[in-house]
Design a protein around this ligand. Structure first.
Ligand SMILES: [Zn+2]
Length: 322
């Protein structure tokens, strides 16, 4: 793929997915076949389902199925079908990396398709599938924190955690949710499958574009860099810096440590350049004119209605200009 085509493809993904969520009723595809979901073995018990919105990680085993993120609401049935190609065991748990509807939209449908005897809905007698997330995800969906994202109650992650880390054990594997404060949003979790040696990163790590810093929901570049550094603490490469621990990005490809290092370094370099330009007394317009992202734009530049390289630079400026 040439770099312009790559950029168009890369730039479109993460934010158009969010736009698509708010335009869910406007089905402009008009009977066209939706693109097929990709189901990709990652490592150990963990698989990737791509193409339904944000990336979805699926862990399978004798105990059943655990699903990390659930894609856009309109794709939930196709996600279920893709899960069924991996396992016919019951769906037992759903986990959300953050609140955006391209990651939480399928919660209701996928949760309703599963069963978990250990958890019962307070209002009914039937077992329900617990949906785990950091507590601010629930606060935003329930309106405790005002937020325009609106999902039905069945899609809310009722089983939340508020500490730094939350432990689970499922399918003979220890799994840890680790909160990343004020990164992509204020409620990001990375999900670490310790035996499979795979981490689902949510949108603190993308291979498709510069990160979307959702300032309105508490996001910050510094928080994203901190999250990437924590990710790198957990990742151990195999020989020649290849393979080893694998990261499932929020949008885009599966990566090893080397690729996450490059992304972290890129963001750190861009941050330091912008801080240096701020220290020289430059205005936001002057900083943008200085093109502090120029050498990375071919790979990570983005120009969609919701996010762009310009907004990325302005947002970093606002964060560090005090
Ligand atoms: Zn997101």
């Amino acid at each position: 793929m040439n770099s312009r085509a790559y950029r168009r493809w890369a730039g479109a993904l993460p934010l158009l997915a969010i736009a698509a969520a708010s335009l869910a009723q406007d089905d402009s595809r008009d009977g066209e076949e939706p693109p097929a979901l990709s189901v990709i073995p990652v490592q150990g018990n963990v698989y990737l389902i791509a193409g339904a919105g944000g990336n979805i990680a699926v862990q399978t085993g004798d105990d059943g199925v655990l699903v990390v993120d659930t894609g856009l609401p309109e794709n939930a049935e196709r996600v279920l079908a893709a899960i069924r190609t991996l396992s016919d065991r019951p769906i037992r748990f759903v986990v959300n990396t953050h609140v955006h509807p391209d990651h939480t939209g399928g919660n209701g449908t996928i949760g309703a398709a599963g069963t978990n005897e250990g958890f019962r809905d307070a209002l009914r007698s039937e077992p329900v599938v617990p949906i785990y997330a950091h507590e601010t995800v629930l606060h935003r969906l329930s309106g405790a924190i005002e937020d325009p994202i609106d999902l039905p109650v069945r899609s809310w992650p009722i089983d939340t955690y508020h500490v730094d880390k939350f432990d689970m054990y499922f399918n003979g594997e220890s799994i840890q949710l680790r909160h990343q404060p004020n990164a992509h949003t204020d409620g990001d979790s990375i999900v670490w499958f310790r035996r499979s040696d795979v981490i689902a990163t949510g949108d603190v790590y993308l291979t498709t574009s510069y990160p979307f810093i959702d300032v309105a929901r508490g996001g910050s570049l510094q928080g994203i860099i901190d999250a990437l550094n924590e990710l790198l603490d957990l990742m151990i490469p195999d020989r020649n810096e290849e393979g080893g621990t694998l990261a499932i990005s929020g949008h885009g490809a599966i990566s090893d440590e080397y690729e996450v290092v490059n992304y972290r370094d890129m963001l750190t370099i861009i941050r330091d350049r912008i801080v240096a330009l701020i220290d020289m007394g430059m205005t936001p317009e002057q900083v943008k004119a200085a093109q502090p992202t120029f050498d990375y734009d071919g790979r990570y530049g983005i120009d969609s209605t919701l996010w762009s390289t310009e907004r990325f630079i302005e947002t970093i400026y606002e964060e560090y200009a005090e």
